[in-house]
Design a protein around this ligand. Structure first.
Ligand SMILES: Cc1cc2nc3c(=O)[nH]c(=O)nc-3n(C[C@H](O)[C@H](O)[C@H](O)COP(=O)(O)OP(=O)(O)OC[C@H]3O[C@@H](n4cnc5c(N)ncnc54)[C@H](O)[C@@H]3O)c2cc1C
Length: 324
């Protein structure tokens, strides 16, 4: 009864969120006094499995089959169900990727189990896992406890666990050949959807000024644009600003936008929801301007200004221009 981390790869390249899941599996196994293992699926996943084997894990499962070359929900869910039947993990965890959202419910439903999606943290109470997930766009955190027999399933939100906390070690690789036939696969994979080239690469910016709903109206965006110009910064935004079309989508920072790590990130009128934080918490210095002293952004800010952005930002612009 262990924790199984199911990794995601495409064409031999990892989805980086997988390593957050792997770190979470190690952490959970330690707290539950059990072991962690990992699984990777594909046509020929030897090099990937060997890479995983250098982590502190009980075992690495290399699930290989020619029909797993391209992702299909049928192929992945059938193969994983067969592995889970054999390994019998107490908990199988996955990165909360688009692919996982597609096939994890199939596995859970087929096994009469529940999959808890988009988990942001956990704790262990009396030897049982309590998962935390968010409702109402991050306004409310709820605790989720499993009932019924294992296995239990969960997917983990991007940035909720830290891949840099992975513990190195040495694990044996075990090959697993699922029973799959072409008739099991009801969909035919076509070419992958490719996003058009981004005009703005926020990840290359040294300074980012990011604007949130505190700006109130599209007409007010030039107020923060002037601050960005004065600092030689790129302008970015939280999701509601891009959803409203006040700035283009490519300027959105967060779990469904870009991940950035500039030398300085200025969050102007941004509350600091987890989906925003995961996209910018790697910034070297975070400056927050917010009229609410209790806004979560101040928990990760190095410098905080509590006040009205409509007063503070123009004064800052003036001070920066005077100092040049
Ligand atoms: C699946 C999913 C994916 C998501 N992906 C993303 C994502 O990629 N990026 C993202 O940003 N969000 C994302 N979100 C949304 C996220 O949960 C928050 O709703 C969003 O980040 C909030 O944006 P905000 O901080 O601009 O607005 P709010 O939360 O409304 O905060 C506005 C802030 O402005 C402050 N303020 C108001 N007036 C002033 C003033 N005059 N002066 C100074 N401060 C003022 C307020 O105190 C408040 O803290 C996602 C949500 C979901 C469910």
């Amino acid at each position: 009864m262990s924790v199984l981390a199911v990794m995601e790869q495409r064409g031999g390249a990892w989805n980086r969120m997988s390593f957050e899941t792997l770190a979470a599996a190690q952490q959970l196994a330690g707290e539950l006094n059990t072991t962690a293992s990992a699984a990777v699926l594909g046509e020929a996943v030897d090099p990937l499995a060997s890479e995983l084997a250098s982590n502190q894990l009980e075992k690495v499962y290399a699930i290989e089959h020619p029909l797993l070359k391209d992702y299909t929900p049928d192929g992945y869910s059938i193969a994983l169900r067969q592995l889970i039947d054999q390994v019998k993990p107490a908990l199988a965890i996955f990165p909360h990727t688009y692919q996982v959202r597609d096939f994890l419910p199939m596995i859970a439903t087929a096994l009469g189990a529940v999959a808890v999606s988009d988990v942001v943290s956990h704790r262990v109470e009396n030897g049982a896992v309590v998962l935390v997930r968010q409702l109402f766009q991050g306004k409310v955190n709820v605790d989720v406890r499993f009932s019924g027999p294992a296995p239990h399933f969960a997917s983990l939100q991007a940035g909720a666990y830290r891949a840099d906390q992975l513990r190195a070690g040495s694990a044996p690789v075990e090959k697993f050949a699922p029973q799959l036939s072409a008739g099991d696969i009801r969909t035919k994979p076509l070419d992958l959807f490719r996003e058009s080239q981004r005009a703005v690469d926020l990840s290359a910016a040294d300074i980012i000024v990011s604007v949130g709903r505190g700006i109130k109206e599209a007409e007010n965006i030039p107020i923060v644009q002037r601050l960005a110009d004065a600092l030689g910064a790129e302008l970015a935004a939280s999701r509601p600003i891009c959803d409203a079309g006040w700035l283009p989508m490519e300027r959105q920072v967060g779990s469904s936008g870009q991940t950035v790590a500039p030398k300085m990130y200025m969050a102007v009128g941004i509350s600091g929801a987890i989906q925003h934080l995961v996209g910018m918490k790697g910034s070297r210095v975070v400056v927050a301007i917010n009229k609410d002293a209790n806004a979560p952004i101040f928990e990760i800010a190095d410098y905080g200004i509590v006040g009205d952005l409509f007063q503070i930002v123009p004064e800052l612009v003036e001070a920066i221009q005077n100092s040049k």
